[in-house]
Ligand binder design. Structure first.
Ligand code: GDP
Length: 357
């Protein structure tokens, strides 16, 4: 499954946030029979009010939301691209993730020193981006002689060579590839770090959570990437509390939703994912697919046999299903469509697959 790597300078609240993610993941994993959770992986459910509604209609015993996986990538320090700290391990780990989440310190606390003296989100973002950019430049530099040789006799390789040269120029100018206007498809084989989608977590003081002016300024700093604002200390307390007390704590700092929940939602979006739904007496469940996935691909997420033996899918939109009140009623109203193997899934499709085993 797809994962998001969490990176940040020392003392910005990464471990605090990650512990909260792990706690929330353990609670969630209890519902997923075969989920194994590694120590450096945290999982968050993407809350989806539609699942509660489906569970009502179908009398489902359980609700299983979609989930997003976060990987703790330790060891980002200045000079990581040159092997400082655990630089090489850091780069290898981050290469395997599908998106990069930067945790940026905004909170003030004289007891927690900042590695570079004072608090400056802008400088910290630059420090991190510089390390990632330098690592990409090294990767490209290493690949160029080989690409040059290959492209002498092969037009396709020449396309990659030219893309790598263009990328090198962009990176030299201090811009990440994701934020540039380059077509990244030709660069895919190089597994460049700054070609991955980015998202940002700003770790604020509790009383800054409602400061719209500050949030606006920070958002601008990272646009077009998405930003999530939270207080990691509060998040670590929230996961220890029963629901009603957690809600009370959230409201006391002017929030309706936990930062982890927002992070799951934004992470899901950043990865280019969407969900479809299944429902029955056993469970109502959201399944994760890439945007643009076809019906057989969606079936394959449940089981590879479902994809191989795919015959057709019975699809009802969530909206139509709720309006009809039951699947039987939706069927008689002609709202349950039979779709074939070319059908492109839409968000909120409630699906039953027919397949040969
Ligand atoms: P890491 O080095 O980035 O993993 O940072 P830690 O999570 O270990 O946090 C470093 C220190 O900052 C710890 O003492 C935390 O308790 C504290 N800390 C983390 N998040 C916050 C926060 O939101 N507010 C305040 N005041 N302290 C925090």
């Amino acid at each position: 499954s797809l994962s998001i790597g969490i990176v940040g300078l020392p003392n910005v609240g990464k471990s605090t946030l990650f512990n909260a993610l792990t706690k929330s993941g353990n609670a969630l994993a209890a519902n997923y029979p075969f989920a194994t959770i590694e120590p450096n992986v945290g999982i968050v459910g993407v809350p989806d009010a539609r699942l509660g509604k489906l569970a009502e209609i179908f009398g489902s015993a359980k609700i299983l939301p979609a989930k997003v996986e976060f990987v703790d990538i330790a060891g980002l320090v200045k000079g990581a691209s040159e092997g400082q700290g655990r630089g090489n391990q850091f780069l290898a780990n981050i290469r395997e993730t599908d998106a990069i989440c930067q945790v940026i310190r905004v909170f003030n606390d004289p007891d927690v020193t900042h590695v570079d003296g004072e608090i400056s989100p802008r400088r910290d973002i630059e420090t991190i981006n510089t390390e990632l950019i330098l690592a990409d430049l090294q990767t490209i530099e290493k690949a160029l002689p080989r690409l040059a040789k290959e492209s002498k006799f092969n037009k396709d390789r020449k396309v990659v060579l030219e893309a790598a040269e263009a990328a090198s120029k962009v990176l030299d100018g201090g811009t990440t590839l994701y934020a540039s206007s380059l077509d990244l498809a030709d660069l895919r084989e190089l597994h460049l770090l700054t070609a991955k989608p980015f998202l940002y977590v700003f770790n604020l003081d509790a009383d800054e959570l409602t400061d719209q002016e500050l949030r606006g300024r920070l958002s601008e700093l990272v646009a077009p990437a998405e930003a999530v604002f939270l207080d990691a200390k509060i998040e670590s307390e929230l996961v220890e509390l029963p629901d009603d007390e957690a809600l009370e704590l959230l409201q006391s700092v002017g929030q309706e939703e936990s930062g982890l929940t927002q992070l799951a939602r934004v992470g899901f979006e950043t990865l280019g994912l969407q969900t479809y739904l299944t429902a029955g007496p056993k469970e109502s469940r959201a399944w994760t697919i890439r945007k643009g996935a076809t019906a057989p691909e969606a079936a394959g997420v449940i089981h590879t046999d479902f994809q191989r033996g795919f015959i057709k899918a019975e699809v009802t939109s969530f909206h139509d299903l709720v309006e009809a009140g039951s699947l039987a009623a939706a069927r008689s109203a002609g709202k349950a469509r039979i779709e074939g193997k070319d059908y492109v899934m839409r968000d909120g499709d409630v699906v039953e697959f027919r397949f040969n085993v």
